[in-house]
Every structure is written in C-alpha cells, then in structure tokens.
Design a protein around this ligand. Structure first.
Ligand SMILES: Cc1cc2nc3c(=O)[nH]c(=O)nc-3n(C[C@H](O)[C@H](O)[C@H](O)COP(=O)(O)OP(=O)(O)OC[C@H]3O[C@@H](n4cnc5c(N)ncnc54)[C@H](O)[C@@H]3O)c2cc1C
Length: 511
C-alpha cells in the first residue's frame, strides 16, 4: 500500500507518523525546504521565533494532543510548560494575581470591574463548570466501549440537559443572557477576532471552549468541584521545531520518506479513484491512497479539477468560510519586554466592537494595530531562542490578505513601524531597544502554506457552515489539515489527522 501525504505541516506529519508506525509505506511531499508548515519557525542572527503558534492547548499526558503524542511514542521528546495568556482591554486588564487565588479568580476580578454584572458572572461560572463536565464526559466516551461507554452516554445526556434550550444560540445571544455590559461580553468573545468570526455567527455554547480558565492562570487545578476536567495551554520551550523534529524522526524511524522542496501539481484519478500524484519536477508517484493537506480550493479545483467533482461539492469548496491572514513582526531586543507585557503571551485590544472589527477586515481595510495585536516572547521560556542577554519578541495582528489600498510589499516597513508604535504604548521605549526585525506579510504566509489566500487558522468556525470532510467523494483521497472539517489550530489538526490515520489503518486492514 503506497500512501502519499501532501504537506509536511502539523496535519501531514501527524498522519504520516501514525501510518508509518502502523506499518504502511508513506511518502510525504512538501513545497518548503524545511518541514513543519507554519510550525517551521523563523531565525536570524541567533534569534529564533515561532511562526504559527503561541500557546498550544492539550499537550499534556491524558489531554487530547498528549494522547496523540503518547500513541506515536514521542511525548518524552517534546518539552512542554504549562502557560497562560494575559488580556489587556482599552480601560482594564485581566492579569493573574501574584498569589494563586482559586479557580474562579477571574470572575472575582471581573465582578470588581463590573459590579452590576455580578449575578451574570455567577451564572456564567456555573455554566462553565457544567460545560467543562460535558466535554469531559464526551472525551471519555471517545476512549471507552461496552457498558462503560453506555453509562457515559447516559451521563452525557444528563449533562446536556441544562443547555438544550440554548443550543442554537449565537455568541451574542448567550453573552446577552448573562451580561448587561457590552464591555464584559467582549471579554469572553474577543478571541473570535483571531478567528475572523463575528460573534453573531459563532455558536454560543462554544464561548466556554474559547475561555478555558487554566489558559489565564496555569497554576489552576485540573479538576473543577463538579469533577469537570480542565485542559491546559502550553509553551513549547525551544519552539515548535522540537515538535516538528519529533514527528519527522518518528516517520523516518518507521521507514517513511519526507521529500522537501517538492510541489505536488496534480492528483491523478482513474475510474473515480486516486492512482498517483504528479510533481512539478515531472515525476509521477503511484499512490493507493492520498492524504492531502493545505488549501481546499488548491487541492480540489487545481490538483484534481472540477470535472471529477459534483456541482454540490465544488460549491462547498468555493463557499468554504476561510479566515484571513496575519501581519507579523519578529524583533531581536537588547532588553526584556516581559515586565511590561506581564508574561509570555498578551492580547491587547483597542476596541470592544469585535463584530465591527471583523467586518472592517472583510472590506480589506487593515487597522494597522489600532484594533488590537498580540505579543509573544519566545525567549521568556527558553534561553535557546535568543543570544545571551538578548530577547526575542513577536508582535502580530490579524489582517486581510489583500488591501483595499496598495499592496503589502511596498508598505510593509511602514506597517511594521505602526505596529511597533502601538506596542510602544504598553512597552515604553520599545523601538529604542530593537536590534533587528523580520517582517512577515500575508504574501510570505501564502508562500509558506503554498496557498493563494492565506487562512491564518484555516476554517472560520461559522455556526452554519462546515468544512470539507476528511473522507472525500473521491475514492482513496482524504483531506486533512486546517481547512478540513476538523478546523484549525495545532491541536485540532493533529487530533483529526491522527483519527483519520487510525481510520485508514483500520479500513486497510479490513480490505
Ligand atoms: C501566526 C499564527 C499563529 C497561530 N497561533 C496558534 C496558536 O496559538 N495555537 C494553535 O493551536 N494554533 C495556532 N495557529 C494555527 C496553527 O498553527 C495551524 O492551524 C496549523 O499549524 C496548520 O497545520 P496544517 O498542517 O493544516 O497546515 P500548514 O502548516 O499550512 O501545512 C501545510 C503544508 O503543506 C504544504 N503544501 C500545500 N500544498 C502543497 C502541494 N501541492 N505540494 C507540496 N506541498 C504543499 C505547505 O507548503 C505547508 O508546508 C497559528 C497560526 C499562525 C499562522
């Protein structure tokens, strides 16, 4: 069984590792000279920064990605550190207390800022605990069978009950049911800006999943009083390249091959079934199965061609709700900015109007940092990310792929200056401490991801729309990665790629 995997990003590497470990002959082809897709990292003059992640959810043992890494036998090779993020809004910030103050410290802080919303915060907290328990049961069902599985399903039904009347609400409706204050509502939905998803189009109950409390304070206990199990966020000391290296080693140790600087420019179909892939070098690689990651439009409309697909499927690919891009500035600094940022990763918001900001972006208007930006300090957790005595620092913000006015290349230096100026409002004299800077525009991200339109985290989680299913209508062709049904984020793509590989392995054994 020859299995070809297109793309050596988080999705392609995870699926290839599982399939190679299960004894299949696997060849991975990737456009870039380095593996990892957006996890490949970035470096210059002794500084190293991450490119496609800040904090990763669920990397610990017994957590979703930890389970994948355990199954692949590589969990010991990847250093992880529980970590948290800080939020700064125009007139207040949410900073974890110096001394740990219990699981609901954030509710207490918010009550002190929004006393009129105290009752709503209590109700939110109660529902957060219920929702976390619901998710805990759902995860356990995925790992169990027989009478235990049956019992868990009954418990799931009971846990679902309090949410039934709200299951179709959008995020605005859910937030309005708790909080009169518009500012407080956006505390819980602001991260949707990163998903390019207006709160009015995001599934309300998903708000609890957007706000796992340990992601604001990594000292938190795992179990809630109702036994709901919380999942943590992690920094990867040494950067994402350690994760990439571990996956690559796993593939190669089990006989898989990774071909870099290799573009797949066609997937051949014979009698409705994949037969081979074609490389831009002219080579044809026979394949019984193909797992494609990367862009959906690029895969289905270009590598395959509309003549092999139904009208409905083509429409689904064309209508796929994709995120837009990011504009990123990596800095090498001669001082430590974290006393001002308050930690490894800080989200700064310049507005409470999340919906309005996303709509502005849809009109191709770039806010230049005015509406918000994120900072990440890779060397805060890891000395190896910067030369001795120096610090790496990243500032990025969401942006449209194409600008209403002008182009990215000619304006990138100006945009970098603007972003640094906005950051300087929080980090005094930042610009005086810059030793070097690397600018990454949406055009660079298109090149790295080998897509015509960069979608930062892949599929936008719009409540009425789904992604492309992993099992495609073409026999032998599977679609994985951040534009597939599983959606984006390192954790999601790894978990879904792993599940897809498990399914393929089981199917082929039954053949
Ligand atoms: C700035 C930024 C910050 C992020 N922050 C976080 C975060 O904090 N937490 C989190 O969980 N996620 C985060 N993400 C999202 C996460 O990194 C991605 O969802 C995930 O890594 C995508 O993996 P992938 O394998 O689907 O795609 P990619 O990483 O894009 O990999 C696909 C690979 O396939 C290759 N390819 C495509 N087509 C072809 C072809 N025809 N021939 C050969 N090669 C091809 C591409 O070149 C690429 O190398 C962030 C992303 C970005 C950009």
């Amino acid at each position: 069984m020859n299995i070809v995997v297109i793309g050596a990003g988080a999705a392609g590497l995870t699926a290839a590792a599982k399939l190679a470990k299960s004894g299949h002959q696997v060849s991975v082809f990737d456009h870039n000279a380095k593996p990892g897709g957006v996890l490949m990292g970035w470096q210059k003059d002794g500084f190293r920064w991450d490119l496609g992640q800040l904090l990763l959810e669920g990397m610990g043992p017994g957590e979703p990605i930890g389970d994948v890494l355990t199954d692949l036998g590589i969990i010991e090779q990847i250093k992880t550190l529980k970590d948290d993020r800080r939020y700064v809004f125009p007139d207040f910030s949410i900073t974890k207390p110096g001394t740990y103050a219990g699981q609901n410290w954030r509710m207490k802080v918010l009550k002190s800022i929004f006393p009129l919303d105290a009752d709503g915060l209590d109700r939110y907290w109660k529902d957060y605990m219920r929702f976390t328990k619901l998710m805990t049961i759902a995860r356990k069902i995925g790992k169990s069978s027989g009478i235990n599985g049956f019992w868990l399903k009954l418990r799931l039904l009971a846990a679902l009950f309090p949410f039934l009347s709200r299951q179709k609400w959008n995020a605005n409706q859910l937030m309005e049911s708790y909080f009169p204050s518009e500012k407080l509502r956006s505390v819980f939905t602001s991260i949707l800006a990163d998903f390019f998803t207006p709160p009015s189009q995001f599934l309300g109950l998903g708000v609890f999943a957007l706000n796992p409390e340990p992601s604001f304070d990594s000292r938190m206990e795992k179990y809630l009083p109702n036994q709901g199990e919380q999942i943590f966020h992690y920094s990867l000391p040494g950067g994402t390249t350690h994760l990439v290296d571990a996956l690559v080693n796993c593939i190669e140790q089990h006989g898989g091959k990774i071909h870099l600087s290799s573009d797949v420019d066609g997937i051949q179909i014979i009698d409705g079934k994949v037969s081979s892939v074609h490389l831009s070098s002219g080579e044809t690689i026979p394949a019984n199965l193909v797992l494609a990651s990367g862009g959906a439009k690029e895969t289905f409309l270009k590598l395959i061609g509309e003549e092999f697909l139904t009208h409905e499927f083509i429409q689904q690919v064309k209508d796929l709700p994709l995120m837009d891009s990011v504009f990123m500035v990596h800095l090498g600094l001669d001082f430590d900015p974290t006393p001002y940022t308050g930690g490894v990763c800080t989200y700064y918001y310049g507005t409470y109007d999340i919906e309005g900001g996303i709509i502005e972006n849809q009109k191709h208007i770039y806010h230049q940092g005015r509406l918000g930006f994120v900072t990440h300090a890779p060397s805060y957790r890891s000395d190896e990310m910067a030369p001795a005595g120096k610090n790496g620092f990243t500032i990025y913000t969401i942006c449209p792929n194409q600008l209403a006015d002008g182009d990215w290349e000619s304006q990138k230096e100006f945009f970098a200056d603007q972003l640094i100026q906005y950051a300087e409002k929080h980090i005094p004299e930042l610009s005086r401490h810059i030793l070097l800077r690397e600018i990454i525009t949406p055009l660079d991200f298109c090149r790295i991801t080998h897509t015509e339109k960069h979608a930062f985290g892949g599929l936008s989680p719009i409540m009425t729309k789904g992604g492309i299913p992993h099992k495609t209508p073409i026999q032998g062709l599977w679609f994985i990665g951040q534009q597939s049904d599983g959606g984006g984020g390192v954790g999601n793509v790894m978990a879904h790629a792993h599940q897809t590989a498990v399914k393929i392995d089981l199917d082929t054994r039954g053949m």
